[in-house]
Design a binder for this molecule. Structure first.
Ligand code: HEM
Length: 379
């Protein structure tokens, strides 16, 4: 069947804010979504391996870290889901014609995300609250939940790439209208997905580094061990990511790839930064792991990776619009700004972020107080 480009008409209601602003908010909120997502995804597998090593080697350090993961992952899951809603709204507003269509074409896998997330969530709660009771069985529980979350990520990648190829929509629908499609023949699906999957271990590694820096105040030896352990995860993942990143770049359609190879100065500069920054971060973190006083080096390395994340999110958006070039231009949408609504959104967003910051601080303070209590009792 010949591919025929069929894109549904846009929503009759004009956009409530300029495209650049909605896009900026989409990228910002997506960035906020992927940070906890990385900790839930990478953290579940890292917890499994750390817990396994702890049991095999009867290593108290591994067990303490795995126990901390068990406490953090349900919180990271909650943040992933809540912080996923905002980019979902912006994505629907800007790219609804494409995103709704691809979601309908793969309706069953797409809807299964809800069940998968609920099951994974239960598993993470069991891992956290039945730690002692489950004993060795908890390893299978956290591994299974990790696999479920990894499947959710794969479904997202499938849908978010299918929406980029509207020329496939009509043919797919006519071949089978029952919403059971996947996007497996898309050449970027596997490297794109692996790019997210591998990154989640690097970010989890950084999370362990931050955790270690925090622990150094109360238990220097354990804190230093955790910094080293986190750097190890980060380094292995980043080295693998170099290969995955090249694969992803080469799998892109030629005209999109060329944007990053000199045709578009911004895209090319971002690719350069996206290669150099993680290498600098990796070197700083390796030096931190070898240092007696790792804080300054580690914080600089983490800052480098925070910049890398921002660069990657912008590159991903360039890939999206590169794919759609000539088929759909998001800047063509009719705009009728409703500044009152947007101002209200901005106020609620800032208030929400302050509340989240307050919640994280409260959890950290309570954890520290509980630990101090345990230490006093021990003494
Ligand atoms: C807990 C399991 C989740 C995982 C592992 C996950 C993972 C991912 C991944 C890997 C991507 C990028 C896919 C790609 O570009 O190839 C993504 C994008 C996205 N996720 Fe999540 N996600 C999860 C839950 C959610 C939830 C519950 C929501 C909404 C309520 C959500 C909203 C989004 C949105 C809107 C995007 C696309 C943003 C854009 O294209 O600019 N996610 N997610």
């Amino acid at each position: 069947m010949i591919d025929q480009l069929v894109i549904p008409s846009p929503d009759a209601i004009p956009l409530p804010a300029p495209v650049w602003l909605l896009k900026g908010l989409l990228l910002l909120t997506f960035l906020l979504h992927i940070i906890p997502m990385n900790i839930a995804l990478g953290g579940s597998f890292t917890a499994y391996i750390t817990d396994l090593l702890g049991r095999r080697r009867t290593s108290e350090y591994h067990m303490t870290l795995a126990r901390s993961f068990a406490k953090v992952i349900p919180i990271a899951m909650a943040f992933t889901i809540t912080l996923g809603v905002a980019p979902l709204l912006f994505l629907q507003v800007l790219y609804g014609q494409l995103f709704y269509t691809s979601s309908i074409l793969m309706a069953w896998p797409w809807l299964s995300v809800i069940a998968l997330i609920i099951l994974a969530y239960y598993g993470f709660y069991l891992y956290s609250y039945r730690w002692e009771k489950l004993s060795g069985a908890r390893l299978s529980v956290v591994l299974l939940s990790g696999v479920l979350v990894a499947i959710v990520g794969m479904i997202y990648t499938q849908n978010l790439t299918l929406m980029l190829t509207p020329e496939k929509f009509a043919a797919l629908y006519h071949s089978n209208p029952s919403g059971t499609h996947w996007n497996v023949d898309e050449p970027t699906v596997i490297p794109r997905y692996l790019h997210f999957f591998v990154a989640s271990f690097a970010i989890t590694g950084l999370f362990v580094v931050i955790y270690g820096l925090g622990k150094m105040k109360s238990n220097m030896a354990f804190g230093q061990w955790a910094v080293k352990y986190g750097v190890l995860w980060f380094t292995i993942a980043t080295i693998i990511q170099m290969a995955v990143g090249i694969w992803f770049l080469l799998a892109l359609p030629k005209d999109v790839m060329m944007l990053f190879m000199g045709q578009n100065i911004l895209a090319t500069g971002l690719l350069g930064a996206g290669i150099v920054l993680p290498i600098i971060s990796m070197m700083l973190l390796i030096l931190a792991a070898k240092s007696e006083k790792p804080r300054a080096l580690a914080v600089s390395g983490i800052a480098g990776l925070a910049l890398t994340l921002i660069v990657m999110v912008i590159m991903r958006d360039i890939v999206r619009d590169g794919y759609l070039a000539g088929k759909f231009d998001v800047f063509d949408r009719v705009v009728d700004p409703q500044w009152g609504v947007m101002a209200l959104f901005a106020v609620i967003l800032v208030a929400g972020l302050i509340v989240v910051g307050y919640m994280i601080r409260s959890v950290l303070t309570a954890t520290r107080a509980a630990e101090a209590g345990v230490t006093k009792q021990d003494a």
